[in-house]
Unconditional design. Structure first.
Length: 734
């Protein structure tokens, strides 16, 4: 069998199989033991709270490569005492010295796109503290939607000057009937509204888009974002263009969010872009952003909040991704507050925000923020839109955690789809660290352990990064449309915490039960992907992508009041062909689409009142627990992809690379165990230990189910807080 030629593009690899069709993409056992430099982790390197000196910086970088075992860096200017001035000629020259050193070492660099965080302001001008981007482009910064209400009396004439700002809508709303009428035609040239109030209990509602005062770029506006990339990203490309695609392999954005502008982020041309997208004006929908407007509240909010999330995704994230692609590198980064279960006024739609990133990402940070509940959202975004890498910025603000916790967190992340861990962080000034830990040789807690740990991460990256599809037989509908339907602005929780708690929002808990308790992997399906990329065939729901092609026997609909009628129709077809549908906590009662609520109610009832001949099942779990969810999963009589012997809770991920199976398992408990793993299908197993780089042949046998499905049964001993790979031998050239 010929060994494939490897062609590098950015930080990824594409196996170009030459000469013979059907050849499997092979990996090398020697490279697994000692992975190439490109697979080593690339940490954030804070140039913090100090004047950075050239020779000291160069020496630190060399030590990061040779003593710590890192594969490069992402330089992050930070702190009030930082010098040289950000983006100054002196700063660029110093940055260039590190690029040249990285070139000598065969290392990689990621362009961090901000002075501190969040991305979008270009930092402050040294001396007067003025944010650079706002100083140069004041009209291209964050905008906010304001509402002004007027109580009016029936049968009177209402006269008022409109508030300052871009008028988005002005309407009259009858409070009892919820009737809404546009009042725009009653505005004169002097911006005076004069309206004869009809009988009834009316209010006048005026919606204005204004500059918020936040110094960051208008994340919803592609033209504003292009100004930011020209001022920041292009500065590096103009100076270091020859390094792009070789030394410089990616760009990194940090913590953009829509909770700014009091959770009411908007953009002046929202209405014009909405009308171009949907063919009608959104003006009569605006009251739904704050209050119930009757039967069409859910659809109105999905139109407005959904379109805002689309603009966010197609503004900042897509703008940077397109710039990166043009310059032969990849874009990664993450939102702020990813761990908010209701993301509508935070990241908008967390899955959709990553649609255009080459490498979707998340931030595992300290402070009691349960980001681990949302790893699957981010990795599923990659699977939904057919991407092969998933990033996590990890360990920030956790303090000097024990070494074994470094491993445990990484193992949990990699079993849930992360395959690019960015350590947070190495600090130039290790005597004034703002967010521990300091992950370099200078920290006595880690200086002996870091080389082994970074080799461990490199081995995980080596096997889990190549182009390959994720394998799961359970799908879960991402409930963003129901969250949008229940969300409203200025909620009691405050914009930083997401504003509104939505009852029966259980998808993070159901996710944790599946992966952490029941040891069953799954994929979230975004509503857009459910409509556009999923079909039903032979009793399976198929996700049809070029690389990530998944087949689901079970679809979970987590707690939600609102669902798309199109999804109910697809679930009915899936159920009719023998699929299992599981609802949890709250059955849907309303439609996303206008005028389809009655059909949704009828369709849900039909899913339960089934008289078909197939063996499909529909189950409702009012209180999802490990016990109740396991019972529901067992309603499907189809053989799971992976099962374990009793009481051996191993987390795992299954990838298929060029048709060859690869499994990664992790035992996060402190106790050693011996487990029996049953893999659907027949493979010739090889076990690999990423902690040591060793490999061995495990004990295994073949069985067959009564229906004739082959099963590979592997018996293996696993140390506590340890992990291992099982691969079909065809993946390696032995």
């Amino acid at each position: 069998m010929h060994k494939p030629t490897i062609k590098r593009i950015g930080t990824g690899i594409i196996a170009c199989l030459l000469g013979v069709t059907g050849i499997q993409a092979q990996r090398s056992l020697s490279e697994f033991q000692t992975p190439p430099m490109e697979y080593r982790p690339v940490p954030l390197w804070f140039w913090n709270n100090a004047t950075v000196e050239r020779e000291k910086a160069l020496e630190q970088f060399r030590q990061m490569i040779h003593r710590d075992g890192y594969g490069g860096c992402a330089i992050l200017p930070f702190g009030g005492e930082f010098a040289p001035e950000y983006l100054s000629e002196e700063y660029i020259n110093l940055y260039g010295a590190i690029i040249e050193e990285a070139r000598k070492e065969g290392a990689q660099m990621s362009v961090y796109d901000e002075y501190g965080f969040p991305s979008g302001s270009m930092g402050a001008i040294n001396g007067d503290g003025t944010p650079r981007f706002m100083d140069k482009y004041p009209d291209a910064t964050v905008h906010r939607l304001d509402k002004k209400e007027y109580d009016v009396k029936s049968g009177t004439q209402f006269v008022s000057r409109l508030p300052e700002g871009k008028l988005m809508a002005v309407v009259g709303m009858e409070q009892e009937t919820k009737k809404i009428i546009s009042l725009r035609k009653f505005i004169n040239r002097n911006d005076i509204l004069s309206w004869n109030v009809p009988s009834g209990k009316w209010k006048v509602l005026c919606f204005i888009c204004v500059k918020d005062g936040d110094p960051n770029v208008d994340y919803l506006n592609p033209k504003a974002v292009s100004l930011f990339t020209q001022e920041v990203h292009q500065r590096y490309a103009d100076r270091f263009g020859s390094a792009f695609g070789s030394v410089i392999t990616e760009t990194f954005f940090d913590e953009p969010t829509m909770y700014r502008a009091q959770g009411r982020m908007w953009t002046p041309d929202f209405n014009e872009r909405f009308k171009k997208e949907y063919g009608f004006s959104p003006e009569l929908l605006y009251p739904s952003l704050w209050q119930d407007i009757g039967e069409e509240t859910a659809s109105a909010r999905n139109y407005l909040f959904g379109f805002r999330s689309k603009l966010y995704s197609e503004g900042f994230m897509k703008g940077i991704a397109e710039w990166a692609e043009k310059h032969r590198i990849e874009a990664t980064g993450h939102q702020d507050q990813e761990e908010i279960a209701n993301p509508v006024s935070v990241s908008g739609d967390l899955m959709l925000s990553m649609k255009y990133q080459q490498i979707p990402g998340i931030d595992k940070i300290g402070g009691g923020r349960p980001t681990e509940l949302f790893y699957k959202v981010v990795s599923s975004a990659a699977y939904n839109w057919d991407k092969t890498q998933v990033m996590s910025e990890t360990y920030g603000a956790m303090g000097n955690i024990p070494v074994d916790q470094l491993y445990s967190i990484a193992m949990d992340q990699y079993t849930k789809g992360i395959n690019r861990l960015i350590p947070h962080a190495v600090w130039y000034n290790d005597q004034n660290v703002t967010f521990l830990p300091e992950l370099s040789y200078r920290n006595p807690l880690y200086n002996q352990a870091l080389p082994d740990f970074n080799r461990f991460l490199a081995r995980l990256n080596y096997l889990l990064r190549p182009d390959g599809g994720h394998v799961a037989d359970i799908a879960m509908l991402y409930p963003i449309q129901s969250l949008q339907a229940e969300h409203y602005l200025d909620g009691a929780k405050g914009f930083y915490e997401g504003g509104v708690d939505i009852p029966h929002t259980d998808y993070p808990q159901v996710s944790a039960i599946l992966t952490d308790s029941l040891c069953r992997d799954f994929t979230y399906l975004h509503p857009e992907v459910m409509d556009e990329r999923c079909t039903v065939k032979n009793g399976k729901l198929l996700l049809q992508n070029n690389i990530n092609r998944e087949q689901y026997d079970i679809v979970i609909v987590p707690g939600m009041k609102t669902i798309a009628w199109s999804h109910v129709q697809k679930l009915k077809k899936f159920r009719a062909q023998g699929g299992t549908v599981i609802f949890t906590s709250q059955l849907p009662v309303r439609a996303v689409e206008p005028g389809k609520t009655e059909q949704v109610g009828k369709g849900i009832r039909q899913l339960f009142d089934w008289n078909g001949k197939k063996e499909g099942k529909t189950v409702f779990i009012q209180q999802p627990t490990s016990t109740t969810l396991l019972a529901a999963l067992n309603e499907s009589e189809r053989l799971p992809d992976i099962t374990f012997s009793a009481d051996n809770e191993l987390r795992y991920i299954h990838k298929r690379i060029e048709g060859t199976d690869l499994y990664y398992f992790a035992n996060l408990r402190p106790d050693d165990c011996t487990t029996e793993i049953r893999l659907r299908g027949k493979i010739m197993p090889l076990a690999l230990d990423p902690h040591t780089g060793s490999h061995f042949e495990p004990t295994y046998r073949y069985e067959q189910t009564p229906s004739g499905i082959p099963v590979t049964v592997i018996t293996i001993a696993v140390k506590g807080k340890h992990s291992f790979f099982i691969s079909d031998r065809k993946l390696f050239s032995l």
